[in-house]
Design a protein around this ligand. Structure first.
Ligand code: HXC
Length: 269
């Protein structure tokens, strides 16, 4: 019990560059390098990876919210670390990002990005690896990489095209323009925009809404959506049937369906 309480407060999970707090089954992971607008270097990426593994293996964590300390969610990969990379080191850095972002993309529990400010380059790629995104009215989003002579290397060319289409992705990457939260909402990059001070409360309310549902159903749905997206329609529907059937094998539906039917009966009395 004592240990459980420590886990719930996120003790032992907070790292050099990440603040982790678990409250009522929601883990809030806050990028915490505000002096460099939470820029992602290799160390931070590895900390995110280790933290995600730890949270995924904590039965008391049902939803993860990623956000940033200060005026940025993440203002990109760390330019200081990138500037002297050899081609091989650049590939390794890109591969590390892919490994961590695919981990988030396929994590058993939903991961919501709460974009509190600048969400640029690798920061936007991180946000796109999450299940969905909410933004503060103050958030600014974009892919400024081309202005630095590079391209998105943490999955942006692929995640963005999948999230909101090829032509908008090309426009954002070629122009490097920063768009507002409301523009991001219009093109489907974020699901909702909130006044800055309401962002976390609104995000937490959605997390609590998710928690009311069956954790088994949510993780099976996530896996079916993620895996099915890469398949042709018929194969994807076959996969959906596999996952639908898996719900019945797990049996988590029984109590919930019984409760629904009993409740209807009660109401009719
Ligand atoms: C390292 C960064 C940084 C970054 C900001 N900082 N972004 N350091 N890497 N990505 C640092 C600044 O150098 C500065 O340090 C401090 O954070 C505060 O930033 P300012 O520029 O003073 O803030 P402001 O004037 O408000 O401008 C905010 C900003 C600007 C518009 C977001 O910082 C900016 O353009 N940052 C770079 C954004 C970017 O190009 N991101 C893409 C990176 S490439 P000091 O020491 O001066 O206080 C990328 C590739 C991903 O992400 C794929 C890799 C494989």
């Amino acid at each position: 019990m004592k240990q459980r309480r420590l886990v719930e407060r996120g003790v032992g999970m907070t790292t050099e560059n990440l603040l982790v707090e678990v409250t009522d089954q929601v883990a809030v992971v806050k990028m915490n390098r505000p002096k460099v607008l939470n820029a992602l270097n290799s160390e931070v990426l590895k900390e995110i990876e280790a933290t995600m593994t730890q949270l995924e293996n904590s039965p008391e964590v049902r939803v993860i919210v990623l956000t940033g300390e200060g005026k940025a969610f993440v203002a990109g990969a760390d330019i200081g670390e990138m500037k002297d990379l050899s081609p091989q080191e650049a590939r390794d850095f890109s591969n590390l990002g892919h490994r961590v972002f695919i981990q988030i993309h396929t994590l058993e529990v939903p991961v919501i990005a709460a974009l509190n400010g600048f969400t640029l380059g690798g920061g936007l790629e991180l946000a796109l690896a999450c299940d969905f995104r909410y933004a503060s009215e103050e958030a600014k989003l974009g892919f400024p990489e081309a202005s630095l002579g590079i391209i998105t290397g943490f999955g942006g060319t692929q995640f963005a095209a999948r999230a909101f289409g090829l032509s908008r992705t090309k426009e954002l990457i070629y122009t490097g323009e920063m768009i507002t939260a409301h523009q991001a909402l219009n093109c489907g990059l974020v699901n909702r925009v909130f006044p800055h001070d309401d962002l976390m409360a609104e995000t937490m309310a959605v997390a609590r809404r998710i928690i009311r549902n069956s954790p088994e159903a949510i993780s099976l749905a996530k896996e079916a959506i993620v895996k099915g997206y890469d398949l042709g329609l018929r194969e994807a529907l076959e996969l959906e049937s596999d996952y639908f059937s898996a719900c019945f094998a797990l049996g988590a539906h029984r109590d919930r369906m019984k409760a629904f039917l009993e409740n209807r009966k009660e109401r009719k009395k």
